[in-house]
Each structure stands twice: as structure tokens, then as C-alpha cells.
Design a protein around this ligand. Structure first.
Ligand SMILES: [Zn+2]
Length: 255
């Protein structure tokens, strides 16, 4: 079995003490790739260095909407340079967050669209963070065409899901699937065509139900796969193969 964690912040300090032990356990469970999306410019060098050291890790570079106040125009210029010189897997994590009230929506839109233009120029897929902003993100994606990507921790409607799929995107599902009360997301994961779905942990956040309240970890990815298999009443190994194929296809990785 081969699995890819399409969204995991393994570069953050929460993992500084035991990162290599985690990666060893990941390899032993069949996890063959972990995509590490960036948060802000100050973290890019550490993230890139980790991904150089560990072949299982793939970097994405970008400016996360939740940290909009810390991003500068100089960061954007540097991002443009780094996307060409460092050859990351994707542009991310980028997007719009209209759930948190104190994040300037106009500045978010500006930084988001600038990064979509970078993705278009470099022909890189994008990793999207979207909260209460699916229609605005979809409108931007129709104006500025990029080579697809992943809507991470997808929580929109079936109609919005279909619009992402039409634009060449996959939808990321994570630990939320393991909670019975997440009925909207569980229904989506049940009803969507399997070609639409990729798996992610979003560690250190969003722990699976078996590890509620603890630090999340990419090594729990098989528990998310198991929840998906139970929901869809399908064989876990078949779902592993298909979701890995989806991830490789959209991220341009060899399968
Ligand atoms: Zn994230």
C-alpha cells in the first residue's frame, strides 16, 4: 500500500524533537510522500532544507491567508524568484479565509491573486485554504487559470465541489472524516466520485478521533483511509491506490 499525505505542516516547531522518528514510522506504514505547504516567508528556508534532507517530503511555497498581516510586497517578489529557482511541487498554502473576521479581505484577495498568477506562469498546481470563501475563490480561479491543485480540508457544497473538479482540482479530506458528527463532510466523501478525493492529515492540526486532543501526525493517515473505506463500503487498499493516483496526477508526481 502506498499513501500520500497531501497536506502536512511537518516543518513547524511542534515536530522539531521527533521529526525523523515520525518519518521512519510513516515509511513503515506505506506513506510514500508528504506534501509540506508553507505558511509565511520566514519559514521557507527551513521548509526547503527539510525537504532537501528527506526525500519523502515535497515542498510547496506560498503565503497563507490566515497570516495576511505578516506578508509584505517584498515577500511576494521573493516568492516569484523562489518558485523559479527552487522548483517546488506546488504554490501553497494560498487562498481566502473569510471566516476569521479580522483578516483584511481586500489584502487577502490581492495576495491570493498575485500567487495565482505565479502558479500560472510557473505551471505549478496550487494548494488552497478556503473558509467561507468558496464562491470568491472559484471566481478567481476562473479568471486566472492555473494547472489545477487541491482544495485542502474541503468543506463546501456538492455544487462547489463540482466546480473545483471542472477546474482540474481534487478535494482534500482529513481527520474530520473520523468524527461521526461531521455529517456534511462525511456525506461529501461518500457521494463524490473517487477520482475527486485526496487524503491529508493537516498535522499538527485536526487530529483524528482516535487521537483527539493530541498533536496530529502524518503517521495517522491510514486511520483517515480506514474512515473513508467504512463510509464508502469499499476496500481500503483499492481506495489507497486510487487516492494516491489522484494525488500524483494533480501534483505531477510519478505514481
Ligand atoms: Zn495547512
Amino acid at each position: 500500500m502506498k499513501l500520500i499525505d497531501t497536506h502536512c505542516h511537518l516543518d513547524v516547531a511542534d515536530f522539531d524533537t521527533d521529526r525523523s522518528a515520525i518519518l521512519e514510522r510513516c515509511r513503515a506504514t506505506g506513506i510514500s510522500g508528504i506534501v509540506v505547504p508553507a505558511i509565511q516567508a520566514a519559514g521557507w528556508e527551513k521548509l526547503l532544507e527539510l525537504c532537501r534532507q528527506e526525500t519523502i517530503l515535497y515542498p510547496a511555497l506560498g503565503l497563507h491567508p490566515v497570516f495576511i498581516e505578516s506578508h509584505t510586497d517584498a515577500d511576494l517578489t521573493e516568492l516569484g524568484d523562489k518558485l523559479s529557482s527552487e522548483n517546488p511541487l506546488a504554490v501553497g498554502e494560498i487562498g481566502l479565509d473569510f471566516f476569521l473576521a479580522d483578516l483584511d479581505p481586500r489584502r487577502q484577495q490581492e495576495i491570493f491573486e498575485a500567487q495565482l498568477h505565479f502558479a500560472q506562469e510557473t505551471r505549478l498546481p496550487v494548494l488552497l485554504h478556503v473558509r467561507k470563501a468558496h464562491d470568491q475563490v472559484l471566481a478567481a480561479l476562473r479568471r486566472i487559470r492555473v494547472p489545477g491543485g487541491i482544495a485542502h480540508a474541503f468543506n463546501g457544497s456538492m455544487q462547489q465541489a463540482q466546480q473545483y473538479l471542472d477546474l482540474g482540482f481534487k478535494l482534500g479530506f482529513g481527520g474530520t472524516l473520523t468524527y461521526e458528527r461531521s455529517s456534511k463532510i462525511r456525506h461529501l466523501a461518500h457521494d463524490l466520485p473517487i477520482e475527486a478525493i485526496v487524503l491529508e492529515t493537516d498535522a499538527p492540526d485536526m487530529a483524528v478521533s482516535q487521537h483527539r486532543g493530541e498533536r496530529n501526525s502524518p503517521e495517522y493517515l491510514p486511520e483517515i483511509l480506514a474512515a473513508l473505506a467504512e463510509l464508502r463500503q469499499e476496500d481500503a487498499s483499492v481506495l489507497a491506490e486510487q487516492t494516491t493516483r489522484n494525488a500524483c496526477e494533480v501534483l505531477g508526481l510519478p505514481n
